[in-house]
Design a binder for this molecule. Sequence first.
Ligand code: FDP
Length: 459
Amino acid sequence: MPVYSISHVENVRVCVVMVGLPARGKSLIAQKIVRYLSWLSIKSKCFNVGTYRRDLQKAADIGNITADFFDPNNPDGMHFRRQAIDLALQDMMNWFLDENGVVGILDATNSTRDRRNRIVKVLRENLIEPIFLESFCNDQDLVLQNILDVKTTSPDYVGSDLQFATEDFLKRIELYEKNYETMDVSIDANLTFIKLVNVNSQIILNRIESYLESRIVYYVMNLHIKPRSIYLSRHGESEYNLTGQIGGDSNLSERGWRYAKKLPELVLKSLGEENKHTNLTVWTSTLARTQQTSSFLPYKRKLQWKALDELDAGECDGMTYEEIENQFPEDFKARDDNKYEYRYRGGESYRDIVIRLEPIIMELERQENILIITHQAVLRCLYAYFMNVPQEESPWMSIPLHTLIKLEPRAYHTVVSRIKADIPAVSTYKEKGTSQLGEQNNSTSSKSRDIINNSDIVP
Ligand SMILES: O=P(O)(O)OC[C@H]1O[C@@](CO)(OP(=O)(O)O)[C@@H](O)[C@@H]1O
């Protein structure tokens, strides 16, 4: 049975129009929405108007600009900015049409009602639903932090010194403030909008109607910008891993227990001296091997999630890849041909896992420091969300046993580090297109399982 995505069910096309002064985290929110929706197989793309504006400047041979360019009384600046928005909108309309886009994001300040009305007109003419997403922020500390985090590294300030970039940017904000018109329920009553006040200390919603809109609302409501670390680990090597059997609910092997015992030390070392008292929340699946792996961790908040259980292999549960290839050769091939979509007889596909992980992602966005101990397939899906790995690649990523992965989300990327426990383990990785036959008489020493801890995450 096919799994339909939200866009199939509703047949809607939406443009999220960002609103807000510079340095309010709009681009960050826009990119996160694209990543989240793409992970859910909803075709989405961000159109950053600043990039269009810079391309126009380049074409006109105008070098770096200063704040005066953004003065509403500067006709040249206004001309470029207007052209840039028109080009971005044009590209977006083509994308909706030619590439069956579902959610386009218009990333710009869109800070006046006049500009917003013009955008609405274009969108409505093209049968695209506008949803405004304003990031309103009057907390000066947050604004300054944002300027330091990202704006001073912006392409507009290449080669400029930090103090000049900061001062010039503050001046640019002041110029925008002159004409800024925030979204207002009494004036913009007919528009669909989400207004986030100081990240999400207050959220104002107006006319949220479709299911897709409500997913976007729910997602942005859960975002926070506090620095944090997300640790991911597979369970320690299990008895089934040793015999090459998939699924099941087996216990850890002797080496798996060694990993479980070493895990607290690996986490502490990675947290570093100054953060050694950080209280981590620990999530596991409901299966014995993940809980055994968590059993030596000194943290009080431990939660089991059914949604973190391994891919359900249905009729193949408990079999080795060799046995599957022997008994169900067509299935074995079909899985190799399209591993993301292939659903085990009576079991699940990778796409099914992503759907059941959605609430986990929502909750994960709300969390601060966390350690998740789960399984190969589930970990691939979680990793794909954070690192924006395309669907067709994610089921083929190699995620070795006995390796702790640390993710540190930053404004525009996530920093990844891998901490190896230095405890040998079998490799459970099966390469695409490789037959397992001929190895069936010696399942514990199959070629793929001999490789000990020498693979890293790809890509
Ligand atoms: O999708 P593939 O690559 O088969 O990987 C998923 C498989 O990984 C395994 C190990 O081979 O997970 P687990 O980490 O729980 O031991 C199997 O149980 C599961 O079916």
